[in-house]
Ligand binder design. Structure first.
Ligand code: GLY
Length: 356
């Protein structure tokens, strides 16, 4: 007999129920407050990062027509994955240092408390769809690299070149301007284009989370990750608890920004944890960021001249009541919300404000 306890055995024996009762004890995630937040019946909300205003529109439209909420948010982010002009996600995303586009994505479904994810996936422009298949059609939570690609091909996805000419040009200028002691030379007459300067190090992503009329929650996070990353680098987006977390009794949270800072602090799990303790979604995002800011003091290379985090990181949160919020490490970020009536961008809260 296998020494491992498979998921089926675990559920069948009921071992999970006993363990959950011991840990939870009917209290909040850390024993402070009710673990089940009251639900506002009939509320539908979709929340996304600022680049997700088309995703919230699409997801709400599908949910209103009866599509399951996870399929709805995935269809929403697919618009951005397919868009060559969004250089932080899917097709057209900025590549790794070798000029290859590698994508990360995760999904999580509240009603079953299940998740799926892929990381460092090449040639498939909708990693969020593959993540959903990992959840639905495997015993696993995360597939990476070559294995993730084989899995996607087995399910009929087609290999595509994800590197657009625009993304390749920006990568090439970055490479040519890295050093004046190597053999790569930029065109003589050309000043460094603004979009190359801005793209020196980017870590855009799209996160989209939703609640339906039954009070069920789900979410998706998808990205091309940090531009010019080392081949094989995996960010926070496909890491459950970091780039995405859903607890159907409490709420959902996701992130965009520097994945490394988030992974080490399990940021999205912390946001949900703070909501379970009774904090509003916005307060929960701020508290998670404050924790991360505090821990970053131990990593001087991630601090600016004033000793503050030098990176961007944003959390998005939605609770069981349909309340929502977002906060960024640095002021200025907006996020998308569809409240069932209006679809609009809202200003997020923040920890620090840049001096003008
Ligand atoms: N948050 C996206 C990344 O760091 O890859």
């Amino acid at each position: 007999m296998s020494p491992k306890c498979s998921r089926r055995d675990f559920i069948k024996t009921g071992a999970g129920v006993g363990v959950a009762a011991l840990i939870g004890g009917g209290k909040g995630l850390i024993g402070q407050s009710p673990a089940v937040l009251p639900q506002s019946a009939g509320v539908m909300r979709v929340v996304a990062s600022g680049n997700g205003i088309r995703a919230t529109e699409k997801a709400m439209d599908l949910m209103a027509k009866g599509t399951d909420l996870l399929d709805a948010v995935i269809a929403g982010v697919n618009i951005v994955e397919d868009d060559p002009n969004d250089m932080s996600v899917g097709y057209g995303g900025l590549p790794n240092e070798e000029g290859e586009v590698e994508l990360d994505a995760s999904v999580m479904y509240g009603p079953t408390h299940t998740s799926g994810a892929v990381a460092a996936l090449k040639f498939i422009k909708n990693p969020s769809k593959v993540a959903k298949l990992v959840m639905d059609r495997t015993e696993h939570c995360l597939l990476v690299g070559e294995g993730a690609l084989k899995f996607a091909l087995a399910h009929g996805f087609k290999k595509e070149d994800l590197l657009t000419d625009r993304a390749r040009e920006i990568w090439l200028r970055w490479k040519e301007n890295l050093s004046d002691k190597d053999n790569w030379l930029p065109p003589k007459s050309e000043k460094l284009p603004a979009e190359v300067r801005q793209a020196i190090m980017t870590y855009g992503t799209i996160n989209c989370i939703a609640i339906d009329t039954k009070g069920n929650l789900a979410g998706v996070t998808t990205t091309s990750g940090l531009s010019w990353k080392l081949a094989g680098r995996v960010g926070d987006s496909p890491i459950i608890g970091a780039g995405l977390y859903v607890d159907n009794n409490v709420g959902a949270a996701g992130s965009t920004g520097l994945g490394e800072a988030n992974i080490m602090n399990c940021g999205s799990f912390q946001v949900v944890n703070f909501m379970a303790q009774g904090h509003s979604p916005e307060q929960a995002c701020l508290k998670a960021l404050a924790q991360i800011s505090n821990k970053t003091k131990l990593t001087p290379r991630r601090l600016n001249a004033e000793g503050l985090p030098s990176f961007g990181l944003t959390f998005y949160a939605l609770n069981k009541k349909g309340e929502y919020g977002s906060a960024n490490m640095w002021g200025g970020s907006r996020y998308a919300v569809h409240d069932g009536q209006k679809n609009e961008l809202k200003q997020g809260a923040y920890i620090y404000q840049a001096k003008r």
